[in-house]
Design a protein around this ligand. Structure first.
Ligand code: CU
Length: 304
């Protein structure tokens, strides 16, 4: 018992020591060429690896003031290519954490025509990975195991042209609180780690997929946004619109993809729908703070 107690204390201290253990998009590899922040990734003016908390904020578009910065290049890539996006906490050294492992959650990638400036109903989702109940791994777990790298296939039939490529990690370690109604400092709620890159797509087809507004795609109480990951939650609902799949009807919301069934169309479903049918669980207030004696609570405190 004594060893167990010591182990817990050490873990708690380690968690507190890891302030600013967040993440940012550090590289993107397009058709074999690896680019860094500033080249075709729009630089953050400040707080580069800090999250956005408010899903109605303009910062949700490309990160804190990221929509107002410009990359030096709009980098070439072919439609249908598998690109690699790469996150890091501090830098791309072998020792880099990528992101604190407490930050479980999904990874998502969106695109919008560059000429839109990211404004309006212009964003379509091209990738999402949430939680795999078989492996019990979140996208973030897999990302850390893969040294921050994630492969994403661009749709093969989108119109050639310049696009914003928006990468996002949503960390859910404090997502048991609704950002809109909590008052903690720093705030609690889901954390959005967002960056944008500029890409010039060649080839492709003539499709302009159905677009959605960012901010606008998430609410503070959307399924997959307001969730206590420290309790059994059954199926995880990835937030946002459906993934655009090449060849599907670009103007239709309905598709065969599972993401459509669990994504955009379920915006208004009660959160309890995504939980298992256990009566006791559903009675537990989702905004309740876990006991300070729990390991989960110790792990989530990284923003002190
Ligand atoms: Cu963090």
């Amino acid at each position: 018992m004594k060893n167990a107690a010591f182990g817990f204390t050490f873990g708690a201290l380690a968690g507190i020591a890891q302030v600013a253990a967040h993440t940012y998009l550090s590289h993107v590899t397009l058709d074999g060429t690896r680019y860094n922040e500033g080249q075709c990734i729009r630089p953050y003016p400040k707080d580069r690896n800090f999250p956005v908390y408010d899903p109605s904020s303009k910062d949700l578009t490309c990160g804190t003031n990221g929509i107002n910065t410009v990359a030096a290049q709009t980098c070439a890539v072919k439609a249908g290519s598998v690109i690699t996006v790469e996150w890091h906490q501090l830098n791309d050294s072998a020792a880099d954490l990528v992101i604190d492992p407490s930050h479980v959650g999904p990874c998502l990638v969106y695109m919008a025509p560059l000429s839109s400036g990211g404004a309006g109903d212009v964003w379509f989702k091209i990738f999402e990975e949430g939680y795999d109940p078989t492996t019990k791994k979140w996208c973030i777990n897999n990302l850390i195991a893969n040294h921050g790298k994630l492969d994403v296939k661009l749709p093969s039939d989108i119109k050639a042209g310049d696009y914003l490529l928006r990468t996002e990690i949503i960390a859910l370690h404090e997502a048991f609180s609704n950002y809109a109604t909590q008052s903690a400092t720093p705030p609690e709620g889901a954390q959005y780690y967002v960056n944008c890159a500029q890409v010039s797509v060649s080839g492709g087809g003539d499709v302009t997929p159905q677009g959605y507004a960012i901010p606008g795609i998430y609410k503070t109480d959307s399924p997959g946004i307001l969730i206590n990951v420290y309790l059994p939650f059954g199926t995880y609902t990835i937030p946002g619109p459906p993934v655009y799949v090449a060849g599907s009807d670009a103007r239709s919301l309905s598709s065969d993809s599972q993401s459509n069934d669990s994504g955009y169309n379920s915006f208004e479903e009660p959160l309890t729908d995504s939980l298992s049918g256990d009566g006791d669980l559903n009675e537990t207030p989702l905004s309740s703070t876990p006991s300070s004696s729990s390991t989960a609570y110790a792990l989530r405190k990284c923003h002190s």
